[in-house]
Design a protein around this ligand. Sequence first.
Ligand SMILES: [Zn+2]
Length: 295
Amino acid sequence: MYFCVKLKSFVFCLALSLAAVCGGIFLAARGFESAAVTAAANAAEEEVFLPVIMYHSLLKDPSRAGDYVLSPEVFKADMQYLMDNGYTTVFISDVVDYVENGTELPDKPVAVTFDDGYYNVMTYAYPFMKENGLKGVMNVVGTYTDLSVEQDEHNPAYSSLTWDEITELYESGVFEIGNHTYDMHSMEGRKGCKKLYGESYEDYRKSMFDDVAMLQGMLRDKSGTTPVTFAYPFGYISDESVPILHEMGFKALLTCYEKPNYISREDTGCLLSINRYNRPSGVSTEEFMKKLLRK
Ligand SMILES: [Zn+2]
């Protein structure tokens, strides 16, 4: 009898101990799980993965295809791929608002940018984008625009946008307009906006102001928009340009580094070097997207 009671209490104690151990493990696991969920939520709040594409010219003629000329059909296939995979196009100014003003971004944001202000983007991309509720950033060059205004003929093969067309794109809500310099889109003398060897900071600052601020004023007066986004011509960058562009009112600077972006409200510096993937011809949409969307 005594043995029997002892045995029963031993079994009872063993069961109790096992339950306590299992419960502890369960609670610890739950605790770990909830800590992991919280950490993931914080990380998700802190950093947003932002792929950015850089397009240039869109032309149907296959003999013109190259690193900076893409067929309109391939452009549409790219956009369709992004839509089918749950991505939402955003303006760069939306990203600025997310970082600086606490607004939200969609779940899977992507930015579609076009450099140099080609008229063919208005001809081939704009109607498709409008129809599908897509957004893009058009980075214009002032001298190209002035030249286009003087041309009698306006042709997708070689024309740039006029001030009136820039106004139309901006007012449609489909395009944000970015500044791509008035007359520094050149490799002669200075490479784009790069500071010259031996040039003083003051001289460099004056050159940048004379050119870039002039285009800002023209876009404000002729097209009704004052860009907050600046795209470096050819991706040539000098560190000294950053405070100068900031002083001119730019909030986001676009580069040509082919890397992903991680946007964070904790680090406003992420806006001062937004990486972009150039979209060349000769690469399938799937292949290009694999590179662009890799985190
Ligand atoms: Zn350019």
